[in-house]
Design a protein around this ligand. Structure first.
Ligand code: ADP
Ligand code: MG
Length: 626
């Protein structure tokens, strides 16, 4: 074929224009793209050779060679992969067949107006060579073709390109970049090596460069004819599990996490099916200082076919697993995938679901087989995992089993399963109380009747607990019931005699309750007799559907307005202090003092604050000195 001049497809011109005009700030990515193409070409050869081993000719070792020529001002990326026929060169390098291209173009147009720097994060393909080159020559021969069937493709990256037939002995492709004026910085072994290290270290093929040596006469470094591999050439996660040692997994974790502690656990899998990917995921042993920053991006790196795409690809993990570190390598995503496209991709959704399940399995395994380790994990990350109760309804049941609490039986480590196993005959609900501190929770008056009857109550003291409870209503068919909400109904746990006794006490105390209601009309929406209390005179509860006092306090601390609902005061008629109310005749000022004191104390006992502490002190003093 004689030399032919052909015109680029319109979209290619558009891409060329955008790429060369908006990528100055991130020029070095051209090498990532070209090395990635070289690696793809080798993958394709490997695949075609499955049916036709003759395609390997006499060069079965697939590799990429990167070299430069200072005098000619060129960089050459050579591979011995599949190569291109003349038709392929024309269509692959002159038109765009990629499905995502239109989206990509729209994105690029949009982003350019916003922030040109962002574009560098996207894959931009072969044409990115024109960021640094004012002419690109491609010399190629397809595997299996005769040497006279080689092709030279050449373009200045504006409107058109040329193709002609050449004779080329070697199979595969040379991409030769003729550098633009001012781009000489790339004519450096060190520079090229460092870019390869940054983006292409995990390419599973060897990337070779010429060794340098010090020339005494010239007094400078000169390139030798000896080549050496400059990348690790085999990404850890691409190797079969059986070939990777525990020490190697640990070492890799350190590299990607900058964590000096060993990880708590890791999982490594190749997932096949509708979407194909490899995941190597780690749970750290210690929480990072910024664990609570929900805006912080995740710790999972995204690779596409072993090419590094981006750090902290948050779309790959739910927010409540933001502490997970690792690598996900997809076989399906396009190299030019952006964060925005990730959010919408169905493949990514499948990867996120699959990876979430893997992490949960890993945690279940630790919880089951290494209880001490799990306890440590729980102290570090438990509160974050609780966020999952609202965030990940699909996995809520599995997550609920991973939760650990303090209870009136043990200070830590109580699971719902443990609790359910200890439930009393006739007990229908899982009881809990929320409070600011464990000590506060433990001394809540509301627990008294449960203690007396030997019923376990979970003590919830994490800030996130109230939020979690707004998403979690039951475990294994057993409703979660606050001991500080609604009337206490122990159901079958109370015998008939007890119920009758309680009813009689309430009846007898009715007149006092009425007087209390009047005295406390501005503070309590109701006053009633309770069976909840054993040793305390009174306690504060809220209606079933109302916000707990604890949550109202948290919101107030966070500077958010909480609804100003009034609580209910429950009194214990058997208590000496409450009995003194009976002794105060109608109209006696002491009755009012006592009523206010009983209310204030109930408020204090559950960790609340008094609106007027001085008035409380005066009342107590009047009573003490009376
Ligand atoms: P992508 O790699 O996403 O397909 P590129 O713009 O990087 O897009 O490359 C366009 C096409 O050119 C590739 O799909 C491939 O068919 C062809 N190509 C590029 N570089 C090579 C190479 N070194 N060897 C063989 N074919 C190549
Ligand atoms: Mg490419």
């Amino acid at each position: 074929m004689d030399k032919q001049k052909l015109s680029f497809q319109a979209e290619v011109k558009q891409i060329l224009h955008l790429v060369t005009h908006s990528l100055y700030s991130n020029k070095e990515i051209f090498l990532r793209e070209l090395v990635s193409n070289a690696s793809d070409a080798c993958d394709k050869l490997r695949f075609e050779a499955l049916d036709n081993a003759a395609l390997y000719e006499d060069a079965p070792n697939l590799e990429v060679r990167v070299s430069y020529d200072e005098a000619a001002k060129t960089i050459t990326i050579r591979d011995n992969g599949i190569g291109m026929s003349a038709e392929e060169a024309v269509s692959h390098l002159g038109t765009i067949a990629k499905s995502g291209t239109r989206d990509f173009l729209a994105q690029l147009e949009g982003e350019r107006k916003k922030d040109a720097n962002l574009i560098g994060q996207f894959g931009v393909g072969f044409y990115s060579g024109f960021i640094v080159a004012d002419r690109i020559t491609v010399e190629t021969r397809r595997a299996g073709a005769r040497p006279e069937e080689g092709v030279r493709w050449s373009s200045e990256g504006s409107g058109d390109f040329e193709v002609e037939t050449i004779t080329r002995a070697e199979r595969g492709t040379d991409v030769i970049l003729h550098l633009r004026e001012g781009e000489e910085e790339f004519l450096s072994l060190w520079k090229l090596k460092s870019i390869i290290g940054k983006y292409s270290d995990h390419i599973s093929l060897p990337i070779l460069m010429r060794k340098q040596h010090w020339d005494e006469e010239k007094k400078e470094q000169v390139l030798t004819d000896e080549w050496e591999t400059v990348n690790k050439a085999a990404a850890l996660w691409t190797r079969p599990k059986s070939e990777v040692t525990d020490a190697q997994y640990q070492e890799f974790y350190k590299q990607i996490s900058y964590d000096s502690d060993a990880p708590l656990a890791y999982t490594h899998n190749r997932v096949e099916g509708r979407t194909e990917y490899t995941q190597l995921l780690y749970v750290p042993a210690k929480a990072p200082f910024d664990l609570w920053n929900r805006d912080k991006r995740g710790g999972v790196k995204l690779y596409v076919k072993r090419v590094f795409i981006m750090d902290d690809a948050e779309a790959l993990m739910p927010v409540y697993l933001r502490f997970v570190k690792g690598v996900i390598d997809s076989a399906d995503l396009p190299l030019n995938v952006s964060r925005e496209l990730l959010q919408e991709s169905r493949d990514v959704k499948a990867i996120r679901e699959g990876s979430t399940k893997r992490v949960l399995s890993m945690l279940e395994d630790v919880a089951e087989n290494q209880k001490d380790k799990y306890a440590e994990f729980w102290t570090q990350f438990g509160a974050v995992l609780k966020e999952g109760m609202g965030e990940d309804h699909a996995n809520q049941e599995r997550l609920a089993k991973l939760l650990r609490f303090a209870s009136t039986t043990a200070d830590a480590g109580v699971s719902f399963v443990d609790y359910a196993g200890r439930m009393k005959e006739g007990q229908e609900a899982i009881y809990y109380i929320t409070a600011d501190t464990l000590a506060g929770a433990k001394s809540s008056p509301q627990l008294e009747i449960f203690r007396k009857k030997g019923i376990e109550v979970l003590l919830l003291t994490d800030r996130v607990d109230e939020w979690m409870l707004s998403h979690l209503y039951e475990f294994d068919g057993k409703p979660l019931q606050s001991v500080a909400k609604g009337g206490v109904d122990l159901g079958k746990l109370q015998d008939e005699a007890e119920k009758k006794q309680a009813e009689e006490a309430a009846e007898a105390f009715k007149p006092i309750v009425e007087r209390l209601k009047t005295a406390l009309k501005d503070r309590a929406k109701d006053v009633r007799v309770t069976t909840r209390l054993v040793d305390s005179p009174a306690c504060i509860v809220v209606d079933e559907g109302d916000m707990s006092s604890h949550l109202a306090r948290l919101l107030k601390q966070a500077g958010q307005g909480a609804p100003k609902g009034m609580p209910i005061l429950e009194v214990n008629p058997a208590h000496a202090l409450v009995k003194r109310l009976e002794a105060a005749p109608e109209g006696d000022a002491r009755f009012d003092d006592l009523a206010q004191i009983v209310f204030d104390q109930a408020l204090l006992a559950e960790g609340g604050q008094l609106d007027d502490p001085a008035a409380y002190v005066q009342r107590v003093n009047r009573l003490l000195t009376a």
